[in-house]
Design a protein around this ligand. Structure first.
Ligand SMILES: Cc1ncc(COP(=O)(O)O)c(C=O)c1O
Length: 407
């Protein structure tokens, strides 16, 4: 089963037409019913292809545009920029992982003569931070970029499906001046093959499309033939779960993420959970065997757990029990590494911050990323068994260059 041509147009060839209609129904109905994005075009393919397609749209719109993406954006964004040889500027992030609009503003002002193509993360990969879309739009306006001088893409790989079901979540909608948005099908929805949905304003797609006589349709995507199974499975999952089922799944993920955060915190582990996020970020366990056994994804001094629907409280309990048991052997005199540079001192349980802060204040000053005087010394020996904390480069990289460490 495959799709080809323009899924919003009826094709002329019989086999294609049939697959096409299936794909068309599968793609359109539940997405439009459940997700308030209301874009003008839907596309289903692997993520990489989506990124390439969407970046190509952006480049067609602004051939000399500069891509702005926060440094916490998914690596595929930078890879696609390299493939297209686009100018790309990395923006600093706040401790939460959210784009730092002060840095964004400074970099926009340095390049006022070129259109801005902006990648807005609706949930960053590692910390699950949601970029402030309204602030990004406001920053563009403050720097003098009019609507025809910028293109905004909202990367909602995981959270794009979650946010519409969460009260008080920021609104990601085409009523705002955005140009495209994307969600993955194989993450929260659990589609068994890599796939996703990209919604783009029709005028951007038109710039790329061309009539192809032998398929009796317009060629509008970066690939020619595409899997027709992915949209059907997406349709099946969405229809079977329905709005209530999806909402329940999402609530479960968010509640279990809070449960994991609280238990880690009670065990004395440095931990951070962004608002509206199911990604729990915590200090990297100093034991590679443990990391492998639990398939923890780690980056420098921190690791994370993405609490998906299959991660039950029971499973978390098994993990937490094993972790707490090992903690006593890992940590010397109850000491923990300083992760103030990674998640903010308000969440850091290292010896210095443990004694410096009243427990009641903990977690309230996430915006301050200062490490402490002993930071470098600590890293040398704390939790150093097995060399797990030897990833000095990754950690240094995560220290924002525009902020100073007190001497
Ligand atoms: C924000 C974001 N964008 C894009 C991707 C790419 O998704 P995938 O390669 O799984 O399709 C991810 C994956 O984690 C992500 O978190």
């Amino acid at each position: 089963m495959m799709n080809t041509g323009d899924m919003l147009q009826v094709g002329g060839q019989k086999q294609i037409f049939k697959a096409f209609l299936w794909g068309k129904q599968a793609q359109l109905s539940p997405i439009f019913r459940y997700f308030p994005y209301f874009g003008h075009y839907i596309y289903c393919n692997e993520w990489r292809i989506q990124v390439l397609h969407e970046l190509l749209c952006r480049r067609e719109v602004f051939p000399d545009g500069i891509l702005y993406a926060s440094k916490e954006s998914h690596y595929s964004v930078f890879k696609a920029a390299r493939m297209y040889r686009m100018d790309c500027i990395k923006i600093e992030t706040l401790m939460s992982g959210e784009i730092d609009c002060t840095d964004f503003k400074a970099k926009l002002l340095q390049n006022k003569d070129k259109p801005a193509i902006v990648n807005v993360n609706i949930g960053t990969t590692f910390k699950g931070a949601i970029d402030d879309l309204d602030l990004v739009i406001q920053t563009l306006a403050e720097c003098g970029f009019s609507r025809n001088q910028f293109y905004i893409h909202c990367d909602g790989a995981l959270f794009g499906i979650m946010l519409p079901f969460v009260e008080q979540a920021p609104q990601i909608t085409f009523k705002k001046p955005i140009d495209s948005a994307s969600v993955s099908g194989h993450k929260l929805l659990g589609c068994p093959m890599p796939c996703g949905v990209l919604i783009t304003r029709i005028e951007h797609v038109n710039a790329l499309s061309k009539d192809i006589e032998y398929i009796a349709s317009r060629d509008v995507t970066i690939t020619c033939s595409r899997s027709g199974h992915a949209p059907i499975l997406l349709w099946y999952i969405l229809s079977k779960k329905g709005r209530i089922g999806l909402q329940k799944d999402i609530q479960k993920c968010l509640q279990n993420a809070k449960y994991l955060r609280d238990r880690l915190r009670n065990a004395g582990v440095s931990v951070m959970l962004n608002e509206l996020s199911n990604i729990v970020v915590f200090e990297r366990p100093p034991d590679e065997e443990f990391i492998k056994r639990w398939q923890l994804s780690c980056q420098g001094n921190i690791g994370h757990i993405v609490v998906m629907v299959n991660v039950s409280k029971q499973k978390l309990d098994v993990f937490l029990d094993e972790l707490t048991e090992k903690l006593s052997t890992w940590s010397k005199e109850g000491a923990h590494p300083c992760v103030a540079f990674d998640i903010g001192r308000g969440y850091c349980f290292c010896f210095f911050y443990r004694i410096s802060f009243d427990n009641n204040n903990r977690g309230r000053d996430n915006g301050d990323n200062r490490g402490h005087v002993l930071y470098n010394n600590w890293r040398g020996w704390l939790w150093s068994r097995g060399g797990s904390y030897s990833n000095n480069n990754a950690s240094t990289e995560s220290q924002p260059s525009n902020r100073s460490v007190p001497a």
